[in-house]
Ligand binder design. Structure first.
Ligand SMILES: Nc1nc2c(c(=O)[nH]1)N[C@H]1C(S)=C(S)[C@@H](COP(=O)(O)OP(=O)(O)OC[C@H]3O[C@@H](n4cnc5c(=O)[nH]c(N)nc54)[C@H](O)[C@@H]3O)O[C@H]1N2
Ligand SMILES: Nc1nc2c(c(=O)[nH]1)N[C@H]1C(S)=C(S)[C@@H](COP(=O)(O)OP(=O)(O)OC[C@H]3O[C@@H](n4cnc5c(=O)[nH]c(N)nc54)[C@H](O)[C@@H]3O)O[C@H]1N2
Ligand code: SF4
Ligand SMILES: [Mo]
Length: 756
């Protein structure tokens, strides 16, 4: 509270202090005070020099919205205080599951009124590859006409798949983007999920027949296994609920190479493994479950296939052998297996990261989903519950709205560019795996693109993707900012409205459905993402199917295809959300035929059983069991002689989301420079010192960063956040993609660190 008073005092004196009228000290005080999660429960005022000053006496109207600074699931609720069409204060909106707003959420106001935002459509005037782009303002009409001309020309000459329709981290526009891609006839629809959560979803589908990232512990959960997640920093809204379960008595095992606030806050046992060795630890875990007689034999016998194969495979993974591979003490592993086995039901929480970013994720991630089944805690209250959820998620995508029937009837799958490279991925998704984008462009298969929220530093070996974007004949990006590391290589950039300024498709919390309407008008000429995509679709000749750019009409169609009996008007009338009835609930639904469309008992897998050995993978010529293989780059590979440190990249920091938010001063003050974290032992053995500038390098390249000496990181490992354009760690990551999922090995490379 002190901090809020301090801010108000600053406002009352009428002297905007520090950044945007809020004192720097006040912002740090309020956010840092709320411990690791950097979450704040109080409200925040803004007084921005140029844009957001409003007359003190003007009336204030409270409008509801939700945050998208981390651009995906959380969507913490916000009450926006609007004066003279300016947002002057924000507060958390208690009724959403997320009570507090984190530092990034608070800083959303500063991003909204950032004087550097892109506010007009721009086109390049000098050819790509001839140095820095020169930009010229154009009208929206000119922009759409050019896009339509270029895309239609590419389609005519090279076929519709030559035009890529892409969404980066922004999730909200995906339903619209996929619809336009399908209308255009292109099978080249791609998203950031092909390096993010989607490896995990498809592995869950292979094991028990539906998407999952596990389930958070609830009041009935006796123990929880958190395998690779640091919600204290990556999902603060979720972390407080974990803490509440800890206080209630739920036991926690956390698997993480680092000593994170999640570990210190929750873990009864912390398994600190070498990054990339997860598959071996998992095999050891299964070995001990069998050894200690902790497997639910009834469940295994009746509802799984492949147990004998799995058992034979894990036999050699004794705790001692596993210790050698993973660096996890044998007795700790045994204690963890027992702790979970003695506290039923257990639930599993896994991540879109860690395990996903390894050369062997398609195996590891399947294996980890087998644990709740082996413990007998799959589809039971408090365990890993399954069940048909709502017909769409926060990405607002019903299959019908995305025109899945058209995709299927016209057999788009047969033309997919990625189907030879990543056939298993192509089976599960209607979005392509973009790992091989550079190859598709070099081979002339992709020639043009509508690139919404794209960031070239998302992929391993960034320069190859920058070149790919540059080599396309025509690309139009859609963003809040001009980001040099990506937009230097495109032909056109279109200004996107921010969350305060735009309608969101829909948000689902539990069984409640919410719609977000703009709380203020877009600044400048910025337009809503959905509107832009639908207007591009209209310009391409699909006016009727794209509702001539009318977002609410499109959402009404989306709701109609979801068949919930809810309209946009209903949702607008109820900013507190509408409860969606129905759905199938209850324990062990698989036994009653409630999980399968055909009503037969079992799971939605190829065999109808939980697949401990995958039938799908065998069909594609892979092994069925989740066999561990060392990462391509590992401490025993030849490169390790010169580059002995394990390179783990991308572990989240509380103040930035990927490549974003470095331009928000309130956040940038916390971590103004790129940082590499190292254990004191490795710092000392290299004669380095805390705070010093160092070079981090390997066979691929070199970056410069500032050294942070910390026990958070284990000896032999370095920890680097991604998305620093001046020190892009994806110059050091390799393109050793997992053959099942196409995912890159962001957490298991090699490097060396020396004085700069
Ligand atoms: N503040 C902030 N929040 C974010 C994001 C952000 O950029 N900033 N990004 C969002 C997105 S898109 C994602 S995908 C999520 C990711 O969410 P998390 O998965 O929680 O993110 P990370 O911190 O990358 O990884 C979690 C932990 O994995 C550990 N880890 C690293 N290598 C390995 C390994 O080889 N094995 C195991 N078992 N663990 C390993 C790291 O030490 C780290 O503590 O975060 C989301 N939330
Ligand atoms: N080395 C390494 N690399 C990684 C990872 C890692 O852990 N290590 N993590 C991977 C993961 S899990 C992910 S999810 C990706 C991150 O995925 P990216 O999508 O590449 O990352 P962002 O930095 O979020 O870039 C998004 C861009 O969209 C713009 N933008 C943001 N919101 C909106 C919006 O609502 N509309 C529009 N039109 N534009 C918007 C932003 O300004 C930004 O330019 O990175 C991946 N890359
Ligand atoms: S966790 Fe933070 S950034 Fe993400 S939605 Fe909530 S307030 Fe916004
Ligand atoms: Mo992600």
């Amino acid at each position: 509270m002190k901090a809020t008073t301090e801010i108000q005092a600053t406002m009352e004196e009428g002297k905007p202090a520090g950044v945007g009228g809020i004192s720097r000290r006040a912002f740090i005080g309020s956010t840092a005070a709320a411990a690791a999660a950097l979450a704040v429960g109080a409200g925040f005022d803004i007084a921005h020099p140029q844009d957001a000053f409003a007359d003190e006496s003007s009336p204030v109207e409270k409008r509801y919205t939700y945050c998208d600074m981390c651009n995906h699931v959380p969507k913490c609720g916000i009450v926006a205080h609007v004066k003279e069409e300016k947002v002057v204060r924000i507060e958390p909106r208690g009724k959403y599951p997320a009570g507090p707003i984190c530092a990034k959420g608070v800083a959303s106001l500063q991003e909204l009124y950032d004087p550097n935002r892109l506010l007009t459509p721009k086109v390049r005037t000098n050819p790509k590859g001839t140095g820095k782009p020169q930009w010229k303002d154009i009208t929206w009409e000119e922009a759409y006409a050019t896009i339509a001309e270029k895309f239609n020309a590419a389609k005519e000459k090279y076929g519709p798949d030559s035009v890529l329709f892409f969404c980066g981290d922004p999730k909200e526009p995906r339903g619209a983007m996929q619809r336009v891609a399908t209308l255009f006839g292109s099978t080249s629809y791609g998203t950031e999920s092909s390096v993010c959560a989607a490896a995990s979803w498809m592995c869950a589908q292979m094991v028990f027949g539906q998407n999952s990232m596990g389930q958070d512990p609830n009041d009935k959960t006796a123990s929880a296994l958190i395998w690779t997640l640091n919600p204290a920093w990556s999902q603060p809204y979720r972390f407080s609920q974990f803490m509440a379960q800890k206080e209630r008595g739920c036991k926690f095992v956390v698997v993480d190479p680092r000593v994170t606030p999640t570990v210190t806050g929750l873990a009864d046992i912390h398994l600190q493994l070498r990054p990339g060795s997860d598959g071996a630890l998992l095999a050891g875990w299964m070995n001990q479950m069998i050894e200690l007689d902790l497997v639910d034999k009834d469940f295994v016998e009746n509802w799984t296939i492949g147990f004998d194969e799995l058992k034979a495979y894990v036999k050699e993974y004794t705790p001692e052998k596993v210790e050698e591979i993973t660096w996890v003490p044998a007795e700790k592993l045994v204690a963890a297996v027992k702790l979970i086995g003695e506290n039923h039901p257990m639930t599993l929480v896994t991540s879109s990261k860690g395990g996903c970013h390894q050369t062997n994720v398609g195996n590891f991630q399947r294996g980890v989903f087998m644990l709740p089944a082996l413990y007998g805690d799959l589809d039971v209250s408090g365990g890993l519950m399954l069940g048909p959820g709502l017909p769409f998620d926060y990405t607002a995508s019903t299959a019908a709205f995305q025109l899945e029937p058209m995709y299927v009837e016209q057999n788009y799958a047969a033309r997919r560019l990625d189907r030879d490279d990543f056939p298993v991925w192509a089976k599960y998704y209607k979005m392509i795996q973009t790992a091989k984008l550079p190859e598709y462009v070099a081979e002339g298969k992709i020639r043009a693109g509508l690139l919404l929220g794209i960031n070239s530093m998302m992929w391993p070996n960034t320069p190859l993707y920058q070149k790919a974007i540059k080599d396309m004949e025509f690309t139009a990006a859609i963003d809040y900012y001009i980001r040099d590391w990506t937009h230097d290589y495109v032909d056109m950039v279109l200004p996107a409205a921010m969350c305060y300024e735009r309608t969101a498709p829909l948000a689902v919390f539990g069984r409640k459905l919410f719609m977000r309407t703009p709380v203020v008008k877009p600044l400048g000429e910025a337009r809503e993402d959905w509107q832009i995509i639908l207007e591009v679709g209209t310009a391409l000749g699909y006016g009727e199917e794209c509702f001539h750019g009318n977002v609410e009409a499109a959402l009404d169609e989306l709701l109609r295809t979801a068949d919930l009996g809810v309209t946009v008007a209903d949702l607008k009338a109820q900013p507190e959300g509408i409860e969606i009835p129905g759905g199938v609930t209850g324990d062990r639904k698989y036994a009653e035929g409630k999980l399968r469309k055909d009503g037969q008992p079992g799971f939605n897998t190829q065999s109808g059983k939980v697949e401990l050995s995958s039938e799908v993978l065998k069909g594609f010529g892979f092994e069925g069991i989740p066999r561990f293989e060392e990462p391509v780059q590992n401490p025993k590979s030849p490169e390790a002689k010169e580059y002995p440190l394990v390179l783990s990249t991308g572990s989240r920091v509380p103040y930035y989301t990927h490549s974003k938010l470095r331009d928000v001063p309130w956040l940038n003050q916390f971590m103004p420079d790129p940082v590499v974290r190292m254990n004191p032992k490795d710092v000392a053995s290299r004669g380095l010192s805390n705070g010093q500038e160092v070079k981090v390098y390997n066979q691929q390249g070199e970056i410069r960063m500032f050294l942070e000496e910390t026990n958070m990181v284990m000896p032999g490992v370095v920890d680097i956040f991604h998305g620093w354009h001046q020190a892009d760690v994806n110059l050091l990551t390799t393109r050793d993609f997992d053959p099942i999922t196409g995912f890159p090995p962001f957490t298991c490379g090699l490097c060396e660190v020396a004085k700069a």
